[in-house]
Design a protein. Structure first.
Length: 136
């Protein structure tokens, strides 16, 4: 996955984080997401989940709530993230008539360093700030 994860200091450039898909999980009726073994942090959300060939196969959107799981079960669960699957993305962007390009799926696997270089031109950092309201 490619993003700008906050590991104490937000990075200036995108970073590639290795993620292994460990399955799927249904989080609401009709909504199944990809479950990842990955260190997902703020700054990864909205970033692409890439396969070894550089194809976008999902979009990262969340990490597991480790404190919440511990509180409910007494178990420590770490490095579990979630991504919206590619077929859901295609349905969404097609519905809103957003142009996209679909690869042939025949590319060879790309080395990790080249994968980031290949993805970087298509990544943009977006920040959201809220103006503080003055006390009255």
């Amino acid at each position: 996955m490619v993003g700008e994860p906050d590991k104490g200091i937000p990075p200036i450039t995108p970073l590639l984080t290795v993620a292994d898909m460990i399955g799927t999980e249904t989080i609401a009726p009709g909504l199944t997401v990809l479950k990842l073994n990955a260190d997902v942090r703020p700054g990864n959300s909205g970033g692409p989940l890439l396969d070894q060939k550089g194809n976008v196969v999902g979009v990262v959107f969340a990490e597991i709530n480790t404190p919440g799981i511990y509180e409910q079960t007494g178990k420590i669960v770490r490095n579990i993230g979630f991504a919206i699957p590619g077929n859901t993305l295609v349905t969404f962007i097609s519905r809103w008539q957003i142009p996209y390009w679909k690869g042939s799926g025949t590319a060879e696997p790309v080395a990790a360093g080249n994968l980031l270089a290949q993805a970087r031109p298509y990544i943009a950092r977006i920040g959201c700030w809220q103006k503080e309201q003055q006390a009255q």
